[in-house]
Write a protein that binds this ligand. Structure first.
Ligand code: FAM
Length: 435
C-alpha cells in the first residue's frame, strides 16, 4: 500500500473511464467565448487546458486536489521532529488525490533518497560552466542534461505502447525529483562557496532535510522553513508560465527532463519565479536608502518612487488572483511565529499595509495585493541564506512536485500534442469584417 506506482495504477483506469464517459455525454458543451482582447491580452480568462492537480480561485487562492493551503498545512504528515508539512506529502496528494498517511510519506522520502544519484556527465558539465551563468540557467542546463537517463525516451525508442506512457513518465519523474536537490546543491556550492558537493544523502531522513544538508544548512529552523517553502510553491494550476511550458513541451512526448527544463526556463523570468529574487534586490535597495528601520511614510514613498520610475513593484499583483495570496499568508504566519522582531520582516509587514493603496491608486493594476514572492526571500535571509539570485532555484525544486505530477496524469489520460490555432491581425480583421 506504500508503493505509489501501484496506488496510481488503481486510479488511472477508473479516471480514464470517467473522462471517456464525460466526454461522450458532454463533449460538445461550450465552456466559454474568446474575444479579441483575450487574444492580445495573454489569453487571460480563456479556459483552454485540462490540468488535474490544482485549481486557482481568484479570491480564495490555490486548492491542491480540493484542499486549501491551511487545510494542507493541517492534514499533511510532518517530520518526526517538526510541525511543518512535508513536500513528499503534497506530491502524494497531487498525484493520487488522496491525503497520504505518515507511512506513505516515509516511504516516499526513502524512495527519493535511494534514487538520488547524479550522472557523472551532469556534474562535469555544471563544473565546466562559467561562474557568471545565472543559477537558473545552470539549473535548466543540468536538468536537460539528465535527459540521457530518461526511461521514457528509451521506452519510446524501444516501442512502448501508449498505455505504458504514464508508467515510464512516473519513473523519470521520481528519479528527477530525487536528483533536483543534488543539481541545486552542486550549483549552490560551486557558485557561492567554491566547494565540491558531498553527494551523500541520508536514507532515513526527508527530502528537505537532505536538501538543506547538501547546501551546508543543518539549523532545524531552516529545515522546517524549507519543508514549508517546498510545499507551498509546488503548484498553481496549469496556465502559469512554468506549468504551461511543461505541459506543452511534454505533449510533444519530449521526456520529463526536457519538459521540466523548459518550465524552469519560464520560471526564470522576472514576471514569474524570478520575482522572489527581484523582491530581495528591491528590499536591499530600500534598506540602503532608508536604513534598517524606515517609517511607514518612508516605505510608502519608496513604493511611489518605484512606480514613478516605470518599474513594477515586485511581489505585488497577479494575473489571476485578486486577493492576498494564501501562500503569502502562510509564510507570514511562519515569520510571525519564529522571528516577529526581525527588521526585514517588519519592513515586509509594513509594505503589506502601505503598498496596496498606492498600487490601487494607479487605477490600472488589477490586483494590488502581495503574491507568494513578496515573502519567501525574507524567510531565506533570516536563516542566513542570503544569496538572492539562488532563490528561484528553490522555487523550481518545489514547482517540480506539481507540474511533474500533472505531467504523469497528462500521459495517463492520453492527452494529445498541444496545438492551438493562432491568427494574424489581418486575418482577425478579415474575420470581423465578414461577420
Ligand atoms: N507594479 C507595478 N505595475 C504593475 C504591477 C506591480 N506590481 N502589477 C501590475 N502592474 C501593471 C502592469 O504592468 C500593467 O501595466 P501596463 O498596462 O502599463 O502594461 C497593468 O498594471 C495591468 O496589469 P495587470 O492586469 O494587473 O497584471 P498582469 O496580469 O498583466 O501581470 C504580473 C501580472 C504578476 C506579471 C504583474 O502584476 C507584475 O508584474 N507583478 C510584479 C512581478 C511579480 O511579482 N511577479 C510574480 C507573480 C507570481 F505570482 C509568480 O508568478 N511567481
Amino acid at each position: 500500500k506504500n508503493d505509489l506506482k501501484q496506488v496510481l495504477k488503481s486510479k488511472v483506469a477508473a479516471e480514464q473511464e470517467r473522462i471517456k464517459k464525460f466526454r461522450k455525454e458532454h463533449g460538445k458543451f461550450k465552456v466559454g467565448e474568446i474575444t479579441i482582447d483575450m487574444m492580445y491580452g495573454g489569453m487571460r480568462g480563456i479556459k483552454g487546458l485540462v490540468y488535474e492537480t490544482s485549481l486557482l480561485d481568484t479570491n480564495e487562492g490555490i486548492r491542491f486536489r480540493g484542499l486549501s493551503i491551511p487545510e494542507c498545512n493541517e492534514v499533511l504528515p510532518k517530520a518526526p521532529e517538526g510541525c511543518e508539512p512535508l513536500p513528499e506529502g503534497i506530491f502524494w496528494l497531487l498525484l493520487t488525490g488522496d491525503c497520504p498517511t505518515e507511512e506513505n510519506v516515509r516511504w516516499l522520502s526513502k524512495e527519493w533518497s535511494k534514487r538520488a544519484k547524479l550522472p557523472a556527465h551532469v556534474l562535469q558539465m555544471l563544473e565546466n560552466l562559467p561562474k557568471d551563468v545565472h543559477p537558473m540557467a545552470q539549473f535548466v542546463a543540468g536538468i536537460a542534461a539528465c535527459s540521457s537517463e530518461s526511461k521514457f525516451a528509451k521506452g519510446y525508442t524501444e516501442g512502448m505502447t501508449k498505455a505504458q506512457y504514464w508508467e515510464y513518465a512516473y519513473e523519470d519523474v521520481m528519479d528527477l525529483l530525487a536528483n533536483l536537490p543534488l543539481i541545486a546543491a552542486v550549483i549552490y556550492n560551486r557558485f557561492y562557496k567554491n566547494e565540491e558537493t558531498c553527494m551523500k544523502v541520508d536514507t532515513s531522513k526527508d527530502w528537505s532535510y537532505n536538501f538543506a544538508k547538501l547546501i551546508g544548512f543543518d539549523d532545524p529552523g531552516f529545515v522546517e522553513m524549507l519543508r514549508l517553502y517546498l510545499t507551498l510553491h509546488c503548484d498553481h494550476e496549469g496556465g502559469n508560465v512554468s506549468a504551461h511550458a511543461v505541459h506543452l513541451v511534454g505533449s510533444a512526448l519530449s521526456d520529463p527532463y526536457l519538459a521540466f527544463s523548459a518550465g524552469m526556463a519560464g520560471l526564470a523570468g522576472p514576471l514569474h519565479g524570478l520575482a522572489n529574487q527581484e523582491v530581495l534586490v528591491w528590499l536591499s535597495k530600500l534598506k540602503q536608502k532608508l536604513g534598517e528601520s524606515p517609517s511607514e511614510d518612508q516605505i510608502k514613498g519608496y513604493v511611489e518612487e518605484t512606480l514613478k520610475s516605470g518599474q513594477v513593484v515586485p511581489g505585488y499583483g497577479h494575473a489571476v488572483l485578486r486577493k492576498t495570496d494564501p501562500r503569502y499568508i502562510s509564510q507570514k504566519e511562519f515569520a510571525e511565529k519564529h522571528f516577529p522582531d526581525y527588521p526585514l520582516y517588519k519592513i515586509v509587514s509594513t509594505l503589506y499595509k502601505v503598498a496596496p493603496p498606492v498600487l490601487q491608486a494607479t487605477g490600472k493594476i488589477q490586483n494590488p495585493w502581495p503574491n507568494v514572492d513578496a515573502h519567501s526571500g525574507v524567510l531565506m535571509q533570516y536563516y542566513g541564506l542570503t544569496q538572492m539570485n539562488f532563490y528561484t532555484v528553490f522555487f523550481g525544486v518545489s514547482r517540480a512536485i506539481g507540474v511533474l505530477s500533472a505531467l504523469i496524469w497528462s500521459r495517463a489520460l492520453g492527452l494529445p500534442i498541444e496545438r492551438p490555432k493562432s491568427m494574424t491581425t489581418d486575418a482577425l480583421m478579415e474575420l470581423v469584417k465578414s461577420s
